[in-house]
Design a protein around this ligand. Structure first.
Ligand code: NDP
Length: 244
């Protein structure tokens, strides 16, 4: 790696892919993915064509042994990261009383436990380095309830608490920890909705449109970099005014 490097978990598609492409202008970027190898490969090809220094690895963040193995490999190859963006996330919508226990555990494992596993592996090197920045991609669902999203909201609100306490723990090592809370962002999921469903969604958003992945990337770049150097333990909401 020639520049500072950052890790983006779940970077192969959606918001993660926008994060990888935007941040790779300034940093060397390593991203992870879990199931869809072809998506990871097409992102890598796009980045290569733009001469961006990006690498991708399969790693299930909910499995501490997989995280440990990849983290050790990355530390050996590239040294301490400058930043970590915890982006990998899933939904498993269901009414709370009907929620399948395995789905609950998979969601908490992917959205929350993975943050702990990666931090545990990479933070000591960042503390030794004496600088760094961590951003967690939470959600406006951390602030605003949604029927069927008890597990998702719990995981995303959990990130806010983690960020606040961790920010206090690592500030003396010059490491900052912040969260981005996107509202509804245009992704494959939302573009597949009918016009009627899209209209209903937009009617609840004061700016009358969904957000774009590149807008999440810009806000995340701000939080990861020098421009936000006096900001830690904070949450940046990006929801078109939905929670205002
Ligand atoms: P996508 O479903 O488009 O992409 C998810 C990414 O995470 C993929 O790269 C996927 O890899 C990876 N991933 C899934 N499970 C794991 C795992 N166990 N270990 C490692 N990687 C994994 O998600 P979005 O782009 O829509 O969302 C990204 C983040 O933003 C999530 O945390 C989400 O909660 C949050 N968010 C999204 C909003 C939206 O409107 N889209 C709104 C608010 C927050 P693979 O494809 O290989 O499985």
């Amino acid at each position: 790696m020639q520049k500072k490097w950052i890790l983006v978990t779940g970077g192969s598609r959606g918001i993660g892919a926008a994060l990888v492409q935007y941040l790779a202008r300034e940093y060397d970027v390593v991203f992870t993915w879990k199931d869809q190898q072809s998506r990871a490969e097409s992102l890598l090809n796009e980045c290569r064509a733009l001469s961006l220094n990006v690498s991708g690895y399969r790693c299930d963040g909910s499995k501490p042994t997989e995280v440990k193995a990849l983290a050790q490999q990355l530390l050996t190859e590239y040294g301490a990261p400058f930043g970590i963006i915890h982006n990998a996330g899933i939904t498993r919508d269901a009414l709370h009383f009907k929620q399948d226990i395995n789905d609950w555990e998979t969601l908490i494992g992917t959205n929350l436990n993975a943050v702990f596993y990666w931090n545990q592996q990479l933070l000591p090197s960042m503390m030794e380095q004496g600088s760094g920045s961590i951003v967690m991609i939470s959600s406006v669902s951390a602030l605003k309830g949604n029927i069927g999203q008890v597990a998702y909201s719990a995981s995303k609100a959990g990130m806010l608490g983690m960020a606040r306490s961790l920010a206090r723990e690592v500030a003396r090592f010059n490491i900052r920890v912040n969260c981005v809370l996107p509202g509804l962002i245009e992704t494959e999921m939302t573009t597949q909705m009918s016009d009627h469903e899209q209209k209903a969604l937009k009617s609840n958003i004061p700016l009358r449109r969904l957000g774009r992945a590149d807008e999440v990337a810009q806000a995340t770049a701000y939080l990861i970099g020098e421009a936000s150097s006096y900001m830690t333990g904070q949450s940046l909401v990006l929801d078109g005014g939905m929670s205002a």
